[in-house]
Design a protein around this ligand. Structure first.
Ligand code: ADP
Ligand code: MG
Length: 188
């Protein structure tokens, strides 16, 4: 009798990547919808959860248009570096050119968390160093993962939101970037 092999990419072998998505140039909502679908279709990735869209006042550099932001989670069989390359590919595809820091952008993809990894090198810092300071990240994050623990601070997303000093405007628009995709996809 044939022995039972575990499925090749069982849920246990998949990582959870939490990504901040933002745009403040062009058709913001359409860019974000297409970018999220593109990320979910990249090799090894599957969209897992998606927050509502939030309209947010620009952070840091205030003389520019308001952003749309959301936070998504993907399950991925890729390693952290390969997953991050996928984010950069997606930003480049949607025309992001690297201009001034905190300046206008068609698409901004930030790797907020990758499982409970703590990592820093010249290109990539995880968790993203802005997470705990940015209301526009914490509000949508709390919608989909309020109990997610920041691995270096040891505080949940909802605890960080309760403590955040940033009082910039963050307005929930009450609709999701990918119509028809539920907040939490059922486990496969
Ligand atoms: P921010 O998103 O903080 O406003 P930028 O998107 O302009 O800033 O910064 C992009 C740079 O940040 C890239 O060069 C990228 O290599 C680096 N970076 C470091 N860690 C991360 C991360 N976790 N997610 C996204 N970019 C990161
Ligand atoms: Mg970024």
């Amino acid at each position: 009798m044939a022995s039972k092999q575990p499925p090749k990419s069982s849920a246990a072998s998949l990582h959870i990547a939490t990504v901040g998505v933002g745009s403040n140039l062009g058709d913001r909502e359409e860019t974000m919808r297409k970018a999220i679908l593109r990320l979910g279709a990249q090799r090894g990735n599957r969209l897992h959860a998606c927050s509502s869209l939030y309209e947010t006042a620009p952070f840091g550099k205030t003389d520019q248009g308001w952003f749309l932001n959301c936070v998504i989670q993907l399950r991925t069989s890729r390693g952290m570096r390969g997953f991050f390359r996928g984010l950069q590919e997606c930003e480049a595809f949607f025309g992001r050119t690297r201009g001034e820091r905190w300046g206008p952008r068609t698409l901004d993809l930030d790797l907020l968390f990758f499982d409970r990894v703590i990592h820093a090198d010249a290109e990539l810092t995880v968790p993203h160093p802005g997470v705990a300071m940015r209301r526009f990240v914490l509000e949508p994050l709390c919608e989909i993962a309020p109990d997610l623990v920041h691995p270096s601070l040891g505080i949940t997303a909802s605890g960080l939101l309760a403590r955040v000093a940033d009082s910039s405007a963050v307005v929930c628009l009450g609709r999701r970037p990918v119509p028809g995709f539920a907040c939490q996809a059922p486990e496969a």
